[in-house]
Design a protein. Structure first.
Length: 458
């Protein structure tokens, strides 16, 4: 028989987690105004709210931290990171930042102005927030099939190139800050973008005289899907595939807390030296000097090592395989999940799970709260709360997909934990007919409200 695939690592250290009672969790979530971001970590048993910064670093990453150079300017850790970024992405110029949204802040300060348009594929929450904060507009050009949770398509994260060209035709080139493509497409379910699609977007960028940037937080997972699903790439390595992906872009932002498996860090990659120099002003203002940019030397060392570990094929097989394992368990129990399974998370279709909860009562958040109360599993709503209000009309936006995301930290949980998560969701699914009411908003911030919103039961 073929030997089963197993994790390409062994466990050296453990962290205890506390299993609370349902009564305790019901009390805690009320005190948190039904916002799972307000919970203390010790009130959570299995924490799947995000895969950002929650992974377990390796022995090599920890040892690299001990060699960190904390010089303010020109630290050896900076040059070690520069070499890794150059080898993996091909970009000669980069600026370190403390995390992905900081990279967005610096880049958009340099290229986005009021009234601009930024087309792409399902901009994530902080990305859209940075664009709208500057009184510009993010235009979603994701392929239509992405809104069908049951349709199987290998690259549901793709940009619809016809939609994209319609946007580029409609506005003068000076109004288009850039095309921004997220790999993988988080808001559409962690779905990958094909190499063919990236080539097509590059051709349109050249045709209409605009830049193409990649939001690259999960670029290694995207490269793995290309290797597995796109003709002509099965024999190519992840490094080679990643290099080709980046070759079609003018630059990138990176939340290193995802595919580089660190707890803090990010960067911006540039092909154009002039734009790099323009962005350095904002990096110095918002982050720090250009050779540390909000990161310590030890963190840059860990990041440089993590970039190589993140593109290791055996690691990616294990990581994405665990996501699929949880997805298959959910399907066995009849739970409506987005297919095919994404690279970093399982997404549950809250509309199908709780069809009696109207959109105005936030079915995704309702489901996330119920799953927490049932078993102490923390997830996050990817729906109307996160979609926020229209910046002009201030009306709630209701996206086609109303989901909750169970994002798996890297190298943290075992498949026994996944069995527990699936059982918790199954218990809620079996009593779903008794869940009749959702939530209303008590207080909210004017932008990125889902992080701090206060809710009450209807």
């Amino acid at each position: 028989m073929d030997l089963p695939f197993t994790e390409p690592f062994k466990i050296k250290m453990v962290e205890n987690i506390y299993k609370s009672t349902k009564d305790q969790r019901d009390k805690w979530i009320r005190e948190a105004s039904f916002n799972l971001f307000n919970l203390r970590s010790e009130q959570v048993f299995i924490d799947l709210i995000t895969d950002s910064g929650t992974g377990a670093m390796s022995d090599k990453q920890w040892s690299a931290m001990m060699l960190g150079d904390e010089s303010y300017a020109g630290a050896s850790s900076y040059y070690k990171l520069k070499e890794a970024i150059k080898e993996i992405t091909g970009f000669n110029y980069f600026l370190p930042t403390h995390q992905g949204r900081a990279a967005e802040n610096v880049l958009f300060s340099a290229i986005v102005k009021e009234g601009d348009i930024v087309p792409g594929n399902s901009h994530f929450d902080t990305t859209k927030g940075h664009i709208e904060f500057r009184k510009a507009r993010a235009v979603d050009c994701t392929v239509g099939i992405a809104s069908d949770t049951t349709a199987w398509d290998p690259f549901k994260g793709n940009v619809d190139l016809e939609k994209l060209e319609d946007v580029l035709k409609k506005y003068p080139a000076e109004k288009i800050s850039c095309i921004l493509i997220t790999i993988t497409n988080n808001s559409a379910g962690g779905q990958p973008v094909s190499m063919e699609n990236l080539r097509g977007a590059r051709k349109l960028a050249d045709k209409y005289g605009t830049r193409l940037f990649l939001d690259s937080a999960r670029f290694a997972e995207n490269a793995w899907f290309i290797k597995k699903r796109e003709p002509g790439y099965s024999d190519k390595g992840i490094l080679e595939i990643a290099g080709e992906m980046f070759s079609y872009s003018d630059g990138m932002t990176m939340s290193s807390k995802k595919d580089a498996i660190v707890n803090m860090g990010g960067f911006i990659g540039f092909r154009d030296e002039e734009l790099f120099h323009k962005a350095t002003t904002y990096n110095i203002m918002f982050e720090g000097f250009i050779t540390y940019g909000g990161m310590s030397g030890r963190d840059m060392n860990a990041l440089a090592q993590g970039l190589y570990e993140g593109i290791d094929l055996s690691y990616l097989e294990s990581r994405i395989g665990q996501v699929a394992y949880l997805g298959r368990k959910m399907k066995e129990y009849g739970i409506p999940v987005l297919e095919p399974f994404g690279g970093h998370a399982i997404f549950i279709d809250a509309k199908k799970f709780l069809p009696e909860i109207p959109k105005e009562e936030f079915p995704g958040q309702t489901l996330a709260v119920e799953i927490y109360i049932e078993g102490g599993v923390r997830s996050v709503e990817i729906g109307a709360l996160m979609a926020d209000r229209d910046p002009v009309t201030r009306e709630n936006r209701y996206p086609e997909l109303e989901m909750i995301r169970l994002a798996l930290p890297r190298r943290v949980f075992t498949n026994n934990h996944m069995d527990y998560v699936a059982a918790v969701v199954r218990n809620v699914f079996e009593r779903r007919d008794n869940i009749k009411k959702g939530f209303r908003i008590l207080r909210e911030a004017p932008i990125l409200r889902h992080f701090t919103v206060g809710l009450e039961r209807v």
